[in-house]
Design a protein around this ligand. Structure first.
Ligand code: KG4
Ligand code: ZN
Length: 338
């Protein structure tokens, strides 16, 4: 059987990335141009700034991805690109670059959902057996996703308000941590204790949905109240208490879904899947499940949890096998749903 090489683009938010992926599993090259420094002074991603940075680097990193993989266009079987969800101006840069390359070379085009990409980062680590269940936690999404095969996904749980990563970034701001705050809060959490007992929302509810805005408000109120009475709070304990509340809810709902659906594989994906506390907790929870329903666990490499084109190339391979190609009418869809 002939190898399939996919050149992939990702530009949905604040990283511009290209990669060449062989057979949906092997990373032949991966280039990630991050813009985080440009956004930090604004405390979050500024869409217009993001688009400009994507434009500046996209041609250059297309060449880099091919060079690093020792490939020319002749070696590429498909060109894949994230077309949503994300910032529309940012998505358009990747989509336009991919369409231009496809038109110039005649290589077929594949449009990939960013969330499907995050989940398929797992495929770069180990073989996914289906049905699979994913906890997809990022800056924009917090979902439990059921996958009956590599291309059919169903969201069975979702956040009613803030995404988990968004909550990390918002409480990080209160603690004076630069955007994106998740990684720093995670490391502080390991140096503190859960002394504040922040609320765990919707634990009793008979569904797989989440809510993090109450936790965020409780956190902010605690800090403001302390400011008013000039009390010094321990930032490590604050971080540990926040993280414990987030993880308790994510773990509780995910375990319930695992018991109900009994998938063959459990996957974590998205920026927050890099969280050490969450990775350890989910691994421990799965060990506690009865042996006959214990799924195989795939936690993607930490560096592939955040936005990158390798995961887009992995997901695109599954679409390639299913014959799901796009044409030059492909457009950015900022609110694309799985
Ligand atoms: O997947 P991603 O790179 O972008 C989106 O698609 O949203 O996720 C970025 C999010 C940010 O909110 C960031 O604070 C969070 O992932 N994050 C973390 C950690 N590393 C990144 N959150 C918690 N713990 C971490 N170690
Ligand atoms: Zn993402």
């Amino acid at each position: 059987k002939k190898d399939v090489r996919i050149l992939a683009y990702e530009s949905s938010c604040d990283e511009t990335s290209t990669a060449v992926i062989k057979n949906g599993t092997d990373i032949e090259s991966l280039v990630v141009a991050t813009q985080i420094k440009s956004h930090q002074r604004f405390g979050g991603v500024v869409p217009e700034v993001a688009s400009r940075h994507h434009i500046e680097v996209i041609s250059q990193i297309t060449k880099e991805a091919l060079n690093e993989a020792n490939a020319t266009w002749d070696d590429i079987d498909a060109i894949a690109v994230t077309y949503g969800p994300g910032l529309v101006g940012a998505l358009l840069i990747g989509v336009s670059a991919a369409k231009a390359a496809s038109m110039a070379t005649g290589i077929p085009l594949i449009g990939v959902d960013h969330i499907m990409g995050h989940i398929m980062a797992a495929q770069l680590k180990d073989k996914i057996e289906y049905p699979a269940l994913a906890l997809q936690v990022s800056g924009g999404h917090t979902e439990i996703v059921l996958m009956k095969d590599p291309i059919h996904f169903e969201i069975i749980g979702d956040t009613r308000d803030d995404a988990a990563g968004e909550a990390y970034d918002k409480i990080g701001r209160v603690l004076g941590v630069n955007y994106p705050a998740g990684k720093t809060i995670d490391s502080w959490a390991h140096q503190g204790k859960d002394t504040f007992n922040f609320p765990r929302a919707m634990m009793e509810d008979d569904d797989y949905d989440f809510s993090f805005s109450g936790l965020k408000s409780a956190f902010i109120n605690t800090c403001h109240h302390a400011d008013q009475i000039h009390e010094e709070l321990n930032k490590y304990d604050l971080a540990a208490s926040f993280q414990a509340a987030v993880i308790d809810v994510l773990a509780h709902k995910t375990v319930r879904a695992l018991k109900q659906y009994q998938p063959k594989t459990f996957i974590m994906g998205g920026g927050v899947a890099a969280n050490h506390g969450l990775r350890d907790r989910m691994s421990a929870e799965i060990e506690k499940l009865p042996k006959n329903i214990q799924p195989k666990v795939i936690l993607p490499d930490i560096k592939l949890c955040g936005d990158n084109a390798a995961m887009i190339g992995a997901a695109a391979y599954n679409l390639y096998n299913a014959g799901k190609f796009a044409d030059l009418t492909l457009n950015a869809d900022p609110s694309l749903e799985l």
